[in-house]
Design a protein around this ligand. Sequence first.
Ligand code: FES
Length: 238
Amino acid sequence: MSEWAGIRDGGVVFEDEAVLVLNKPAGISVMGERHETDLVRMAAAAGEELFPVHRIDKVTSGAVLFAKELRWHGPLTRQFAGRTVGKAYLAIVTPGGTPAQGVIDLPLSAGRKGRVRVAAQRASIVADSARGTWSVPESEVFGIATFYTMFNMKPVGRHHLQVCMTLSCSLMGADRLFRHLEQKLKIGHGETTPDGRFTLRRVECLAACGGGPCMQVGFDYHENLDEKKTDALLERLK
Ligand code: FES
């Protein structure tokens, strides 16, 4: 069997009287002068004339569409050039290391346009083929939840006071402000007043560095704070 016959035998995806779609093996070009041989020359040597029309999708497939006669080549080429041809993709995939079926036990979030997405890094997702599950390790979830201050590991008070302690705010008196709040509310970092009204927390930069010292209360920012302004704010929050 000639090399062309072997390629044709194992690689025909579709064929009719006008076209041949071939799954091109890697390492052989379709047609060109840079290599010793190519598919067109191999076919010609075996007595078959082919006219390359289109490589279906370079990234995902090796499929090449050939016209079997010159009279079909022009019309087909024009359809691809003008993008008037319709393409339908059928993906046949082989799972590697993931269960054939099971429960997806992953954190989900609503992304852009309300699309539901997996709220975890691809690299963090662990497949357990024995249990048929995909999941994110607890350590990963814990790391994220403790890094971002918008996640609370336990219930917080009605007003969550988050005082920025990073450099700009610190230079402008954040430490003094935090001590004032501790004394006034009689609670420390991460604690909640017995009546459940206030939770106090030190946090890193709130990205309002020009308005230090700065405190976030719920979703609101309060900047250029001093003891007097803070006392007035606490009064309003009661
Ligand atoms: S340093 Fe306080 S908001 Fe940036």
